[in-house]
Design a protein around this ligand. Structure first.
Ligand code: CMX
Length: 475
């Protein structure tokens, strides 16, 4: 007999399927009723009070429940595995990988609205899902795309700032600088300075988040064009979705496959629960009531690190090094030797390993499937595939990493290379645009639910020694 849990999950999956079917049937109709549907802000305003109340009750009734224990090695080991953050948008299972509001990547590829004629989900729709837990209609998604396009203009001082950046300043540093400089636009900061009621924090955070998200394509596009092209950038097309506009600004809007890739890329890189460096840093800085602009900039500074988002740049550089060394011999023994050379030089294999995952990252799999569909014979994709067959065994033999399987960064750069976006030092900026889709909904939720300022306890090593001695003496 099926367990209660599996019955519930079957029922919710059937409900979701029915909702998708009825959404598909209604999608054409929904296009014409765009003005009558609730906007994201209206819908969120409607649903959050009940959720905030439920959380308050949960905290009051169950707040003293012990939910884990902390080992000394965790304090020294990057706090791995310690529960201590609330993150509503996604939860990461070590084996299954990410679920966005309970949905796997194939689920969201299935269920989220797409652009007319497109196959891949729209990141705008994911933003809606992460914030509300609901799949938006096609009309709501289209309205959100239009709102983002309408709010995309950059203030002149931000354009000037990007233009003044030296070309050798890493694109991620430029990206973070420009977002910090957008602080002039913060409605939250202005309202706070005037003395706003706490209950309204979420509303200003929402407006800032939408404005910020809207402006990221122009910032990213301007940085790309300044550093790698002639600095000229087209205008935003108010009738296009986010991924299509970003592709246009980068100069790849004519290529339908690239536009589809951008939609997929922006969707799957968005959120990976709350403990990763970029998500946690954004959430932490936001907890001090810094604006969404300052909070996201903090998160992006973390994403820029080589063990986090910048790994996608590292992967490409490492792949090209391998290509040159192997000189056409992509056999397994040759790849194996290159992997050992990397490890024996005291370096990590970029794109492999993960702090939480213990199997192939489903974001890797989604990108691999995209490659199998659109570029099965591409030389670099074949190399990546061959590495996938060899690296897990080598890393297992090496015996250090807890997860010998590839992560998201192992695959993303190869797809961009195929379409001609070959400037690897720009790749983390694209990751950063996507990450905003995941961390900004949580900032809005944090303010709506009245989350506390973060302040975990720290001790010096002397104090930890004392603490351990005290605990041992009691045994
Ligand atoms: N190659 C070689 N050694 C690796 C490794 C890899 N890909 N992954 C982990 N290790 C090593 C660690 O450096 C660590 O060594 P020390 O004990 O000498 O410090 C040991 O294995 C144990 O690490 P772990 O517990 O398995 O992994 P962590 O949680 O500490 O780190 C991560 C996770 C992602 C930083 C690590 O796997 C890594 O450095 N990978 C390569 C860089 C990368 O791909 N980063 C992108 C991750 C995804 C993202 O955030 O975008």
């Amino acid at each position: 007999m099926a367990s209660l849990a599996s019955k519930v999950s079957l029922r919710s999956s059937l409900l979701r399927q029915n909702a998708t079917k009825s959404f598909l049937n209604n999608s054409a109709k929904a296009y014409s009723t765009i003005a009558k549907e609730k906007t994201l802000k209206e819908r969120f305003a409607e649903i959050y009070p009940e959720k905030a109340e439920a959380i308050k009750k949960f905290k009051k009734e169950k707040g003293k429940t012990v939910i884990g224990e902390v080992l000394l090695e965790q304090a020294y080991g990057g706090m791995r595995g310690i529960p201590g953050i609330v993150w509503e948008g996604s939860v990461l299972d070590p084996i299954e990988g990410i679920r966005f509001r309970g949905r796997t990547i194939p689920d969201i590829q299935n269920e989220l609205p797409k652009a007319p004629g497109g196959d891949e989900p729209l990141p705008e729709a994911l933003f809606w899902l992460l914030l509300t837990g609901e799949v938006p209609t096609q009309a709501q998604t289209t309205a959100l795309s239009a709102e983002l396009a309408a709010r995309s203009d950059l203030p002149q001082h931000v354009i000037d700032l990007i233009d003044r950046c030296p070309a050798n300043l890493h694109p991620m540093a430029q990206f973070s600088l420009a977002i910090t400089a957008l602080e002039t636009e913060s409605e939250f900061a202005k309202a706070y300075a005037k003395g706003v009621n706490k209950k309204d924090y979420w509303s200003y955070t929402f407006d800032d988040s939408i404005n910020l998200l809207a402006k990221l394509p122009l910032i990213a596009g301007k940085i790309y064009r300044n550093v790698f092209k002639d600095g000229k950038i087209p205008s935003i097309n108010k009738d296009l979705d986010y991924g299509a506009n970003l592709s246009n600004l980068l100069g790849y809007g004519e290529n339908k496959e690239f536009v589809e890739l951008m939609r997929l890329y922006l969707t799957i890189h968005s959120d990976h629960e709350g403990g990763n460096v970029s998500a946690h840093a954004t959430h932490l800085v936001g907890s001090a009531l810094s604006s969404p602009f300052l909070s996201l900039a903090a998160g992006l500074n973390g994403l820029a690190g080589p063990l986090h988002g910048r790994a996608n740049q590292e992967v490409l550089e490492w792949l090209f090094g391998m290509k040159e060394t192997l000189n056409g011999d992509y056999s397994k023994p040759a790849i194996e030797k290159y992997l050992w050379d990397t490890l024996n030089a005291g370096r990590v294999v970029p794109g492999y390993g993960h702090a939480v995952l213990r199997k192939t990252d489903p974001r890797y799999t989604a990108q691999r499937e995209f490659a199998l569909k659109h570029m099965p014979d591409y030389e670099l994709f074949k190399l990546v595939s061959n590495i996938y067959e060899v690296a897990p065994e080598v890393l297992t033999k090496h015996g250090k990493t807890k997860n010998p399987w590839p992560n998201v960064d192992s695959h993303s750069g190869v797809l961009l290379q195929y379409y001609g976006l070959t400037e690897a030092s720009f790749y983390t900026v694209l990751f950063g645009v996507s990450r905003a889709f995941g961390v900004l909904p949580q900032l809005i939720l944090d303010r709506a639910y009245g989350s506390s300022i973060e302040r975990p306890k720290s001790f010096s090593t002397e104090k930890y020694i004392e603490l351990v001695q005290k605990i041992e003496s009691k045994k």
